[in-house]
Design a protein around this ligand. Structure first.
Ligand code: 5GP
Ligand code: MG
Ligand code: MG
Length: 177
């Protein structure tokens, strides 16, 4: 698998240290632990699992399946794939995604959460690309800012693969087929 990776962008130890400090920020901002955390599948699965186990509070966790990326590009459309939407009425929500790119996903899901009656929606991402966004949205918690390139690993996939890489890396062009 390592042979398919051009270069490691953020290694495991660096991610782990950053998650420690993000967990401290979340614990400090929400001392009572009454948050409902929404994990966007599948990309945020690994990030959320590692982050939330560091937050010593009785959190509620829900998952949502959305899709917008096709291969290496954003399709421009955010699709909700679940039949049921979690009950967020009057709740403080922490929405977690793997990466903030065009901003369409966080924007669309936040809007939907407000439509469903959420009191406040906070957002957290492992990665945020440093670029102009199609939607005006920023995350409240950002693990790392990265350049505008396609990355895989630590939950992020290329055509469904590489999510289990323990680090974030850039795929070799030859592997992207
Ligand atoms: P946005 O809606 O902000 O354009 O994109 C967010 C979604 O696109 C992320 O949840 C992720 O699934 C996908 N995405 C954006 N950039 C990348 C990337 O560099 N690598 C991978 N694997 N997925 C990405
Ligand atoms: Mg995603
Ligand atoms: Mg994907």
């Amino acid at each position: 698998m390592r042979n398919d990776i051009e270069r490691v962008l953020i290694d495991e130890a660096v991610i782990e240290r950053r998650l420690d400090s993000m967990a401290v920020e979340i614990e400090r901002d929400f001392p009572d632990g009454t948050l409902v955390v929404i994990i966007l599948l599948k990309g945020a699965l690994v990030f959320a699992a590692d982050l939330l186990r560091r937050v010593p509070r009785p959190l509620e966790i829900e998952c949502l399946n959305v899709s917008s990326y096709e291969g290496l590009e954003s399709s421009g459309q955010v699709n909700f794939l679940d039949r049921h939407f979690p009950d967020v009425k009057d709740r403080h929500v922490l929405l977690l995604d793997d990466i903030l790119d065009t901003g369409r996903t966080l924007h669309a899901v936040s809007e939907r959460l407000y439509q469903e009656g959420a009191a406040v929606v906070h957002t957290g991402v492992l990665l945020a690309k440093d670029k102009h966004r199609a939607e005006e949205v920023e995350a409240d918690y950002v693990g790392f800012e990265i350049g505008d390139e396609f990355v895989v690993g630590y939950g992020l996939d290329y055509k469904g693969r590489y999510r289990n890489l323990p680090y974030v890396g850039v795929l070799k062009l030859e592997a992207a087929n």
